[in-house]
Design a protein around this ligand. Structure first.
Ligand code: ADP
Ligand code: MG
Length: 293
């Protein structure tokens, strides 16, 4: 089924009722919306175009086009309709009621190894699909990873199914010959090659961010952290992080090895999403779950 694009004035208001707000960003407000005709609930991302300069407008076009390209993939937020009005744009997306992985981390502090692995498998499955289409996300972080339902104790397989990549605001189709040069992403999560403007970077930048996220889930703290942003960048460039024994003593060697393969400064030596899916830690599932039962 194709994404329907509407451009008539006030078409969105005619079709949907506005519900409570779900999230807030720089140019966007996300709220719940009910489709009047069907009663079906969706997440609506309302993007304000009036404050945008031309570069932002290009980015909005990229966000929509890239999401259209990958939206049917596994572990990726669905996009159903786009309403383009003069000052606003509305994206009608699948409603992910479980909220941000970010809030789940705050609640839980750390994840068990099987939970972190489930999370990781979901992320990598979505990324493998995107990367095969040469689309890089470029802003992976717990605020942009959403869960379908809110559940208290979530199992490895459930979380692998339920986690979805969202916020395609920085997503970019990477041209094989040129790669990307834009400095974007979030300090602490962005890959070292994004900081080095040369040579260009590609979809591997997302694997670095996955490394940071899994590190955070298992260790309970960020690998590259400092009050001073420049220090964060310096540590990122040098790949300078530390498995602090207090937090990592009960984590398996396979998990640490896995994180190390993602937090590898040279993108050519870093795991790709396909390689990561086949890594020992990712496939050591049965063993670990049996031990915890
Ligand atoms: P921004 O580009 O402004 O960061 P996002 O697309 O990340 O916008 O959305 C902002 C927040 O809105 C998210 O972090 C999340 O909390 C919420 N949100 C976004 N999409 C959905 C969705 N499909 N279902 C539920 N909540 C969502
Ligand atoms: Mg976001």
């Amino acid at each position: 089924q194709n994404v329907k694009v509407f451009s008539e004035l006030r078409a969105f208001e005619r079709a949907y009722t506005r519900g409570p707000q779900l999230g807030l960003g720089a140019f966007a407000k996300v709220f719940m919306g009910t489709h009047k005709a069907s009663g079906q609930e969706y997440a609506i991302k309302k993007i304000d175009r009036s404050k945008m300069v031309w570069g932002d407008r290009d980015a909005l076009e990229d966000e929509i086009n890239n999401l259209i390209l990958v939206r049917d993939g596994p572990n990726i937020v669905q996009l159903y309709e786009v309403y383009e009005e003069k000052s606003h744009c509305f994206l009608v997306m699948g409603l992910l009621r479980g909220g941000e992985l970010f809030d789940r981390i705050l609640e839980q502090k750390t994840f068990t190894e099987p939970q972190a692995r489930g999370c990781c498998r979901g992320l990598l499955t979505g990324l493998a699909y995107m990367h095969a289409k040469r689309v890089a996300h470029r802003d992976l972080k717990p605020e942009n990873l959403l869960l379908m339902d809110h559940q208290n104790s979530i199992s490895e397989d459930t979380i692998a199914d339920q986690i979805k990549l969202a916020d395609f605001g920085f997503a970019k189709k990477v041209k094989t010959e040129n790669g990307c040069r834009t400095l974007c992403g979030t300090p602490g999560y962005l890959a070292p090659e994004i900081l080095e403007r040369f040579p260009a970077y590609d979809t591997k930048c997302d694997l670095w961010s996955v490394g940071v996220i899994i590190f955070l889930l298992l260790g309970g703290y960020l690998p590259f952290e400092d009050e001073d942003e420049d220090k964060v960048f310096e540590k990122t460039r040098e790949g300078q992080y530390y498995f602090h024994p207090t937090y990592w003593k009960s984590i398996s060697a396979e998990a640490k090895q896995f994180v190390t393969h993602l937090l590898t400064v040279n993108p050519r030596k870093r795991f790709s999403s396909e390689e990561a899916l086949k890594a020992t830690w990712m496939t050591s599932r049965r063993l670990d779950n049996d031990m915890s039962e």
